[in-house]
Design a binder for this molecule. Structure first.
Ligand SMILES: Cc1cc2nc3c(=O)[nH]c(=O)nc-3n(C[C@H](O)[C@H](O)[C@H](O)COP(=O)(O)O)c2cc1C
Length: 363
């Protein structure tokens, strides 16, 4: 890993995280489950798809903007929920959110964030779409409390993670990450609670193995916010999500941290898009998005937008809010360039026939 003096692509930011945190924290962010097959495959899989550009289209003006659940973003890349930004930067999720906001992007705030959802909302431009990630807890009153707070603070959706009946077999846990006891988890606890990492884990995984689609109905029943289901990898589950009233599906394998050996997300995207055709459900993707051409490929295969997890953390380590903004800015510039080179001037021009179908394109 080479430390670039001035990062010019997303991967250039990664060494800054490695250099700035302990080994245990580095592996916590970097790592995946078991042999990390899925973790490795997520970015590699994008390279198995080939693009077929169209020439002599007027691409002098390109509009990269789109909307997520009706809320405008300046380009189709948002930030996925990742825990504990306080381990990386003193301003934690406040810095991440400011960077996202200045980039004109959207953010899914993790339930495991170290800053309160209210403080995060107060730190962004009013038109920045913030969504709140939740694990569905057995403790329903605690869930309702946090959902009411999200509604009051103007969050645009609840993103329910469904690929975590138990935590994946993460190799980095061998390293016994030392979490600073000053780091709070304000979305997990009620005032007066004793706040520890152990209690948070117990809270999330108490009853999580018994969750079913009925819990999605319960969630929808207690809030008027749209519900996005995160962690879908099959057409069968995508159809269930539609049936159970999801507003969106985030195709995700949790960044390779849950069941190792599942496909890269880009490889299952098209069949999920196909399964929800005819509904209003928006399909997003995360996992291994590192290049503007990855964004173009995902959109050509039917995603409305993509999200990034680790790259935002790398940017946070590089330079707080400015680093996050820079990572997203690079993705936006690369995406705009990829659109031009492919002959697209708006997102409507990004269609499946940009993807080559010849057999050797999947190598
Ligand atoms: C350190 C870390 C913590 C994460 N925490 C959560 C979480 O609490 N809930 C969740 O649904 N996904 C979580 N994820 C998964 C991300 O939301 C996202 O799916 C993944 O990072 C996308 O892949 P990428 O990192 O290759 O962009 C986490 C990922 C990382 C790396």
């Amino acid at each position: 890993m080479i430390m670039a003096s001035e990062p010019v692509c997303v991967e250039d930011f990664e060494p800054y995280l490695k250099a700035r945190v302990s080994d245990a924290i580095w592996h916590y962010y970097r790592g995946g489950a078991d042999g990390e097959q899925t973790l490795r495959d997520n970015p590699l899989a994008f390279q198995r798809y080939r693009l077929l550009p169209r020439c002599l289209k007027d691409v002098s003006e390109r509009d990269t903007s789109t909307s997520i659940l009706g809320h405008r973003v300046s380009f189709p890349v948002g930030v996925s929920p990742t825990a504990y930004h306080g381990l990386v930067h003193r301003d934690a999720e406040i810095a991440t959110a400011k960077g996202v906001s200045n980039a004109g992007s959207a953010m899914i705030l993790s339930m495991w964030s170290n800053r309160s959802l209210e403080d995060v909302a107060a730190s962004v431009h009013p038109d920045t779409p913030l969504l709140l990630h939740l694990n569905i807890l057995r403790d329903r009153s605690r869930m309702e409390a946090v959902i009411r707070r999200a509604e009051a603070a103007g969050y645009k959706a609840i993103v329910a993670t469904v690929d975590q009946p138990m935590s994946g077999n993460r190799m980095h846990l061998r390293l016994n990450m030392d979490i600073d006891s000053n780091l709070t988890l304000p979305q997990m606890f009620l005032p007066g609670d004793e706040i520890t990492q152990g209690r948070a884990v117990a809270l999330v995984f108490d009853g999580s193995q018994a969750l079913t689609w009925k819990d999605i109905l319960w969630l929808r029943g207690i809030t008027s916010l749209p519900v996005v289901i995160k962690g879908i990898l099959t057409a069968e589950d995508a159809s269930e999500a539609v049936k159970h009233g999801a507003a969106g599906i985030l195709v995700s394998n949790h960044g390779g941290r849950q069941l190792d050996g599942v496909p890269a997300t880009i490889d299952v995207l098209a069949e999920i898009v196909n399964a929800v055709r005819g509904s209003n459900v928006e399909v997003y993707l995360d996992g291994g998005v590192r290049k503007g051409t990855d964004v173009l490929k995902a959109l050509a295969l039917g995603a409305r937008a993509v999200f990034v997890g680790r790259p935002a953390i790398w940017g946070l380590a590089y330079d707080g809010d400015k680093g996050v903004e820079k990572v997203l800015g690079i993705l936006k510039d690369e995406f705009s360039l990829a659109m031009a080179l492919a002959g697209c001037s708006s997102l409507a021009d990004i269609t499946p026939d940009l993807i080559a179908t010849m057999p050797h394109s999947k190598m």
